[in-house]
Ligand binder design. Sequence first.
Ligand SMILES: Cc1cc2nc3c(=O)[nH]c(=O)nc-3n(C[C@H](O)[C@H](O)[C@H](O)COP(=O)(O)OP(=O)(O)OC[C@H]3O[C@@H](n4cnc5c(N)ncnc54)[C@H](O)[C@@H]3O)c2cc1C
Length: 429
Amino acid sequence: MSATHDVAVVGAGLAGMSAAVFAANRGLRVVQVGNAGALLFASGLLDLLGVHPMAEARGWIDPWAGFEALRRDLPDHPYTKLAAAQVRAAFGELAATLDEAGLAYTAPGERNHQVLTGVGTVKSTYCLPRTMQPGAAALAAGVPCLLVDFDGLREYSAKALAAGVGGRWPHLRTLRLTFPAPGVAGEVYAAHIALALEDRATRERLADLIRPHLGDARAVGLPAVLGITRSARAAADLTEALGVPIFEVPTMPTSVPGLRLKNALERAVAARGVDRRVHGRVVAVQRMGDEFALSVAATPAPVALRARAVILATGRFMGQGLTADRARVREPLLDLHVAQPATRADWHRTDLFDPRGHALNRAGVETDDGFRACDGRGAVVHPRLFAVGTILAHHDWARMKCGAGLAVGTAAAAVARLADELGPARSVS
Ligand SMILES: Cc1cc2nc3c(=O)[nH]c(=O)nc-3n(C[C@H](O)[C@H](O)[C@H](O)COP(=O)(O)OP(=O)(O)OC[C@H]3O[C@@H](n4cnc5c(N)ncnc54)[C@H](O)[C@@H]3O)c2cc1C
């Protein structure tokens, strides 16, 4: 049994990592259980709000105007429990944290960026890795651009991308190269190329291969492979060598920008002294007097933890923060009340691509305004038991493009409420 922590964060996706960082920044003693593997699936883009209402597929250049419209239209959405200033500050704190951990993102501002994706669509996002920003600028200006891909990189095709984006970016040319590094041949993977591009000599060889094809291009787009730990350096070197801005295009999961995000957040929580139980999984949470006792399945032996508060950031079905059987959706760890359709027949609409989405995607845990989990009658289960991120009810983050905003904003609000709840005399035994 460990010493008592102020808070145990369960889960290490974007919501759990944000909660751990924000809590540690406020001087709380944090233990966090779970590995950050979920972040590998993320594109690296941080969305605030891209689409609302879903049925009209209405996009927003000004995400804050969309945020206010959503708050008026969807009284149950978790954003109705957050003020714009709070979410803005949370994004700022996250961006500063990532910057300090060596991963530069664009500053949270007033507008969404329009970004070309690896499948040839254009997506609205709020903050993006700096290595992608010149692509957003080139798309906005519609300047001639060269898109490069590599033999054997099956998940990314510059030609397919250019065809997909079509008239929205008319002056696109494409180029396929054999990646210039020994050992990177045949079927290649983004992470291998990214690793190879950590090496300056490889970057120079790549620039030499691209240079003869530049023509009138005023920007060059590559799949998101510009290094793993020093992506800013790799982008700067290639930009200097070619004389035009280089940018990354987000790729399919698992993605190198997702890996960078994972690595940077892991560095950030380590730097803040968060007690990380990376290889564990919480299998039970019980009340023990004024504290929570957490049982963690871990190798070589199970671990018992104590904490004065719990922040549940266990996500949805993929990470098993929610599970479903033939009859209903459950929250498996604490058996919390899950808001959901009355019957299974109501889970999905008949058309998979129905723009209004599916009711199942809005199932989840309900909370009070401070993100404390509530029971089926709306009563707070425990004053220091919080739920944050995608496990929450009444949103459809994938369709609304609000995944990061939900994770970061709710984590910040829960931590603020928790800090109030614990007060200045919190125990640090
Ligand atoms: C393919 C993909 C692409 C995405 N692209 C974008 C994008 O472009 N823009 C954007 O803003 N967002 C994107 N996101 C979403 C973004 O990553 C979410 O904001 C993020 O998933 C936040 O989710 P979360 O932290 O609530 O849950 P998750 O990311 O699901 O993390 C929850 C974690 O908790 C763990 N867990 C569950 N139960 C336990 C337990 N008992 N003990 C310990 N750990 C446990 C899970 O294993 C998981 O690792 C994407 C996500 C995916 C999957």
